[in-house]
Design a protein around this ligand. Structure first.
Ligand code: SAH
Length: 293
């Protein structure tokens, strides 16, 4: 399903290459995380070996960052601006996806729902997700880590916020687990559309899906905040994310790997680590906000 309006979409980015094509020196991740703080970064991709691709919110932000990074990382990287064509990566063939169980929760595409009568333990909570433009089918470790942590956290009767809802999977799961009300938002309009469609598919009320960036969203803090973003995004948006967590509330965070945990924790000094779980290299945390934070 090619969408012609997406064809022209291009994203301003900078490629940072290791000058000799070697592996990055130890500690470079920390240096990079600190160097890009506050520069209007929307995503960081380490897809190619020896290359970090950093996406910016606008071409001017990219230009400002190019100068700033040129100064702060001088000599250790080669910096080149690129305009990255939108690949519509989330539309990659997903028809083969099967349901994924995470303890009580079963995340299932419409074509792999459990039969109503047989085989499904009665305590199973089904989250139907039509794979589409929104990330989150339950097939990524970070989504599964959040689904596990959600079941280790007091959710019933609480208000929840899902930052970067993608397909809506975590918002729907939170509501299935008894959250009183869920506000889900995403900066990507395609994700918002897919989250809304999935909320309808599950026949749920009590979930509001909002189009917007965590940095500008005005909503009252909640007792449970889900943020399956990346280490870089959690750092870039730390003030906004922390501000959404009510005093004494839980921040369920994932989207980062073992080597990045320190950089995430450093961004949330007012929080205590209540849970830490791992799957492969991926980490999920429940961070508990201090009552006075
Ligand atoms: N919650 C889903 C999807 C996580 S992917 C899951 O756990 O599987 C992360 C999502 O965050 C993407 O949909 C992306 O568009 C969104 N996102 C990225 N930056 C954001 C920002 N600044 N504010 C809100 N959402 C953001």
């Amino acid at each position: 399903m090619a969408d012609p309006s997406r064809a022209a979409r291009r994203h301003p980015a900078l490629d940072l290459d290791e000058p000799g094509g070697r592996d990055w020196p130890a500690g470079f991740l920390e240096t990079l995380a600190l160097a890009i703080d506050g520069l209007g970064v929307v995503a960081v991709d380490d897809g190619a070996p020896g290359r970090w691709r950093i996406f910016f919110e606008s071409p001017p932000a990219r230009e400002a960052a190019r100068a700033a990074l040129g100064a702060s990382l001088a000599g250790s990287v080669v910096i080149s601006p690129v305009d990255v064509e939108d690949e519509g990566w989330t539309t990659r063939v997903q028809e083969d996806l099967r349901a994924v169980r995470v303890e009580r929760l079963l995340v299932a595409p419409p074509w792999d729902l459990p039969p109503a009568a047989a085989g499904t333990p009665s305590e199973t909570l089904v989250v139907v997700i039509e794979p589409s433009m929104g990330f989150g089918t339950g097939h990524h470790q970070s989504t599964r880590l959040c689904l596990r942590l959600l079941q280790m956290t007091e959710v019933a009767g609480r208000r929840a916020i899902d930052v970067g809802t993608g397909s809506g999977v975590l918002a729907i799961a939170a509501r299935r687990l008894g959250a009183r009300e869920v506000i889900a938002f995403d900066v990507d309009p395609d994700a918002v559309a897919s989250a809304r469609a999935n909320v309808a598919l599950n026949g749920l009320d009590g979930i509001e899906v909002v189009d917007g960036d965590v940095a500008v969203l005005g909503t009252a803090p909640a007792e449970v905040v889900l943020a399956n973003l990346t280490m870089f995004l959690l750092r870039q948006r730390r003030a906004a994310v922390a501000g959404l967590v009510a005093p004494g509330g839980a921040l369920i965070a994932s989207g980062f790997t073992l080597d990045q945990v320190g950089l995430v924790l450093e961004a949330f000094p007012g929080f205590d680590v209540e849970q830490r779980i791992e799957e492969d290299d991926w980490v999920g945390l429940v961070l508990r906000s201090g009552v006075r934070s």
